[in-house]
Design a protein around this ligand. Sequence first.
Ligand code: UD1
Ligand code: CA
Length: 454
Amino acid sequence: MLKTLILAAGLGKRMKSKYPKVVHPILGKPMIKWVVEIAQNFGKVGIVLGYKAEMVKQVLPEDIEIFIQKEQLGTGHAVMCAKDFISENDDLLILYGDVPFISKDTLNKLIEEHKNKKNEVTILSAILDNPSGYGRILRIENGKIRIVEDKDANKEIKKINEINTGIYIFNGNFIKKNLDNLNNKNAQGEYYLTDIISFADNISTIVVDDIFEVTGINNRIQLSEIEKEMRKRINRKLMLEGVRIIDPENVYIDPDVQIGRDTIVYPFTFIEGKTVIGEDCEIGPMTRIKDSTIGNNVKVIRSEVEKAIIEDNVSVGPFSRLREGTHLKTKVKIGNFVETKKTIVGENSKAQHLTYLGDTTIGKNVNIGAGTITCNYDGKNKHPTFIDDNSFIGSNSSLVAPVKIGKNSIVGAGSVITDDVPDNSLALGRARQIIKENWVKLKREANKNATNKE
Ligand code: UD1
Ligand code: CA
């Protein structure tokens, strides 16, 4: 069996943040979660936390064993703090909390090498043009390896460009036995995990193909660069799967988003969280969709959509805002400047202009006229509105909730509706129109006469 231990106790000084480095999100997901999700593919996961551990815990799944390293005395010391996690019969994979993009494929290769060679240690190394800052892989007699930290390296060793990525697999028995032999007699006065390496007789390395996978994040410039690269990769993957992205440089899609074939994503669009979008949709430009489920052949133009469900053949926007709990059934049309919240809109119904629908349930084939407002809030509580099938709400009406409009009914334009409207009825809730014929003309003449007399 394999267990994974993630080292994430460091505070990440160079982030200049009041939050621990590993909780900073990359494409909407905390850095540490990227690592944890990869690790969970292989079995049990433990993590070493230190700086503001409580804050990190909050973003972690529950089934992870947490160990605390009070003082950051080095990577070897971090592993010592998780001694109870290590068992003699399980191999131990070490990952870093600030190296978020290590892939499943690479780790599988490392695991395979470790098993095939029956190694005590298998190291993931990388060949870098500029290896400065990293521990160097130094091959010594009888196939043994020593890792020399940059700060402890002499001129000759500094020339070696094969570096230690910090990702390794240890045989459980081997690491348990050797952990206590570590000391901190080195340039940094730290307990180096790397010092254990030289005790191994059976050891080999695998060179990572793609440097990006082992790139660590130390400051906000690296954070934005690595995020940009990841975004590029997500967009490329989607395009290879059949999604049309116009100008991928300006489209921001989170890692867990799914998009169907032949959907077009226009520029300046953000698709976030656990959003699922079907086939043949048109999304954007200038649209933000978060944690929503969208069917096939849907258009969402210049709009905001959050925690909403949109069924097939719906169109939304431009300039609308669908909030939490919105459910648009098939063939619904939501036009410009419409806001919905906790609202179900039935098949083939329309709200095309300047409307607020809150806590509202609308049936089939309903037309909501321009400027209709559901008055769902009385200052203390929220109340529901029901509008049944085939009804017509005239423009600029206020529906004062709680209120029900029956089937096949009509609300006259400009009405304020405070009482339920039965089926098949016309409701008018407005002042009756008065005409005073020639009133303006007579008034003018009267005024004229008055000035002439002066
Ligand atoms: C380490 C390796 C180095 C390798 C490099 C790759 C050692 C001694 N050196 O160096 O060979 O090339 O990674 O990036 O291991 N951490 C703790 N507790 C600590 C110290 C570190 O949890 O006391 C965690 C950090 O949060 C981080 C990881 O371990 O996630 C690596 O620590 P870092 O200080 O970046 O190691 P390096 O000195 O860069
Ligand atoms: Ca580092």
